[in-house]
Design a binder for this molecule. Sequence first.
Ligand SMILES: [Zn+2]
Length: 125
Amino acid sequence: MTLFYKPIDAFKLIEAIDLDQPLIVEWLQSKGLIPKEKKCPKCYKNMKFIKRPDSIDGFAWRCSTDSKRCSLRDGTFLENFRCDLKTFLKVIHYWALQVRQADQKEILQIERQTLITYQHQELLN
Ligand SMILES: [Zn+2]
């Protein structure tokens, strides 16, 4: 890791994929995909952000009043994903690439159509 000269929120998605798990969590927090704080659904007090090695994200929320625990993903966009966070970032990344590929195809189709029109006119002349 030699990229620590810049703040975590300055990392691009493609760079974030290569980060270690705790930094990926921090990156997702900086992007607002995982909240930086959470209120306990039972007592509405602020929950603590704790390490939880047995969870897929390595962290969880815990209420110090009633020991209620929540996943980092509860109530977020990530809630329905079962994959680890690194895989999740890759999914977004490939999805983004696919959009770009579709755009490229669209451009290509326009070019092909232009080419066909050109050839057609050539035959007519
Ligand atoms: Zn609570």
